[in-house]
Design a protein around this ligand. Structure first.
Ligand code: AMP
Ligand code: MG
Length: 518
């Protein structure tokens, strides 16, 4: 089925963009039907303006980079034109449930996000979603809005993660408005246009399981398998194979977070992507000084989502997903034994998390340390480094970046990284072990440094960098949002003109707190 109802009232490049959006197409999430979603227009955002725009994401969707300047752009990506769309092709909010902070939260859903539909480009299909587009039937007590501060953070971070090579939802743009929104203080409203092949979360499966809607559960699982994991069809138990894919992609994702010092902050099961993408950027943070117990979310008083907890929380969340899929497992078994055998199968698949996560992180750590070969003691060497980084609160990003300057011959290149450790003797002892280990590598210092600089970023979205861009944006100067986005697009490159973006946080930033409120 092909139609393009979404361009009502638009002309020029915007109508092409709008016309490319399809939200009824066969095989799409939207085509699953009303059990899964509610169609409704966005709540208009008064006098919207463009705050940020990613030319990369535009190109990925087949849009021209000039799109952001097209008349009607801000109106369209604030959702304002959706009130003119025909009922059958309105955007939609999806229903899901989930476990929040370890407790079953019941029904949640897109309380402030509306999916416009899909765009196909270069053989790939992407869903476009407006986050902050107004209340939906799943808003509960919320106002359906997102604030400028959190929208800029999501835009910058999702793009930064992509350029770090970490799976993530993307962001096409942020639009803002002077409309007031009440949080801890009065702020203004904004909308982020998020882009992803799918926004389905673990919580979607938990929802249909909890409501005993096995046929809907099956339809959803079939949709995900057909679209994203078609090889699962050939497995003895396709749904178990789907769980296995989720176990593997989640383990890989969290290994990547750990390797760059990224804390998600709210790893509730409704914030876990079925595709193993980083999703729902809220009180996330890249660590400055390394603290294994770092809690980036000021509202997480128990530290459930502390940095060091992320792997086991990922594993815990996969248990919730497995439980949600349980009614679909073991269809090939006789009735009498089915449920017991299905549970055993699921447990076996879940066990695969450990077998995937540890080697994935080890491989990343070896690359970060510039080790081409694998030797006994490599783990201990990496762990010891984390131990002294933790004890010294050494800057996570700079420690690894400067490590590439260490020579395998002598201590002449140690200075920059050594200076990050107050306890110089502890660093020197570790550096001696490191040099001893490097002596078993054939690669020359320069080649190793180059390889290390391709895995240890120089530029990450430190909290204070985002904060500076946000403060300027609140004064209607959006230039820093774009500058910062451009720097973060090349996180592994030396950018001498942007050296300041790689530095330690300034004193004023130590008091920055990030809460759940967004
Ligand atoms: P989050 O912690 O941001 O992932 O949100 C958890 C749940 O609360 C989801 O169902 C969101 O859609 C919903 N939610 C968060 N903020 C708002 C808001 N301002 N208005 C309505 N719903 C919201
Ligand atoms: Mg969420």
């Amino acid at each position: 089925m092909s139609f393009s109802p979404c361009n009502a009232g638009l002309s020029g490049p915007m109508s092409t963009a709008a016309g490319a959006i399809d939200n009824q197409r066969e095989g799409s999430f939207a085509a699953l039907g009303n059990v899964f979603l509610t169609r409704l227009p966005a709540s208009p955002l008064p006098a919207p303006y463009v705050v940020g725009f990613s030319p990369d994401v535009a190109a990925m969707l087949g849009f021209d980079a000039s799109l952001a300047n097209a008349p009607g752009f801000a109106e369209f990506f604030s959702g304002n034109t959706t009130r003119d769309w025909p009922a059958a092709s309105l955007p939609y909010a999806a229903v899901y449930s989930g476990h929040q902070f370890g407790v079953w939260a019941g029904q949640l859903g897109d309380g402030r996000a509306l999916t416009l539909g899909e765009i196909e480009h270069d053989g790939q299909r992407f869903e476009l979603q407006l986050k902050g587009a107004g209340r939906t039937p799943y808003s509960r007590m919320g106002d359906g809005r997102a604030v400028l501060r959190s929208s800029i953070r999501e835009y910058l971070c999702s793009e930064a993660m992509h350029h770090l090579g970490i799976p993530t939802t993307r962001a096409l743009c942020v639009t803002g408005s002077d409309q007031s929104v009440r949080r801890e203080e009065m702020e203004t409203a904004a909308v982020v246009t998020r882009v992803s092949p799918s926004f389905v979360r673990f919580g979607h499966f938990e929802h249909f399981y909890a409501n005993d809607r096995v046929e809907a559960l099956r339809a959803l699982a079939d949709h995900i398998i057909d679209r994203f994991y078609p090889a699962c069809r050939a497995a003895e138990d396709p749904y178990l194979a789907l769980l296995n894919e989720c176990v593997l992609s989640t383990a890989d994702l969290i290994a990547q977070w750990q390797a760059v010092g990224f804390c998600h902050g709210v790893m509730n099961t409704d914030n876990m992507s079925i595709l193993g993408l980083t999703i729902d950027y809220g009180p996330f943070g890249f660590m400055d000084g390394f603290d294994a117990n770092h809690i980036c979310n000021h509202s997480d008083s128990q530290g459930r989502y502390a940095y060091r907890m992320q792997p086991q929380i990922g594993y815990w969340n996969l248990f919730c997903l497995a439980q949600g899929l349980l009614p679909l497992f073991g269809e090939r078994y006789d009735d009498a034994e089915r449920s017991e055998r299905a549970v055993k199968d699921a447990q076996r698949v879940l066990e695969g998390f450990k077998g995937r996560f540890a080697p994935a992180l080890e491989a990343r750590m070896r690359a970060k340390l510039g080790l081409e070969t694998q030797r006994e003691g490599d783990d201990a060497l990496a762990n010891k480094l984390f131990e002294i980084m933790h004890a010294n609160r050494a800057d996570f990003t700079l420690t690894f970046r400067h490590l590439s300057k260490v020579s395998k011959h002598d201590a002449s290149g140690d200075t920059q990284v050594r200076d990050l450790f107050l306890d110089r003797a502890a660093f020197d002892a570790w550096a001696n072990d490191y040099r001893a280990r490097l002596s078993h590598e054939t690669r020359a210092d320069a080649a190793r440094a180059e390889a290390m600089n391709r895995v240890n970023p120089k530029y990450v979205l430190r909290n204070h960098l985002a904060e500076t861009a946000i403060r300027m944006a609140k004064d209607k100067d959006f230039s820093e949002v774009e500058r910062l986005a451009a720097v973060l697009r090349r996180p592994f490159d030396e950018q001498p003109e942007h050296e300041a973006y790689a530095g330690l946080p300034p004193d004023w930033a130590t008091s920055l707190e990030v809460s759940c409120s967004s």
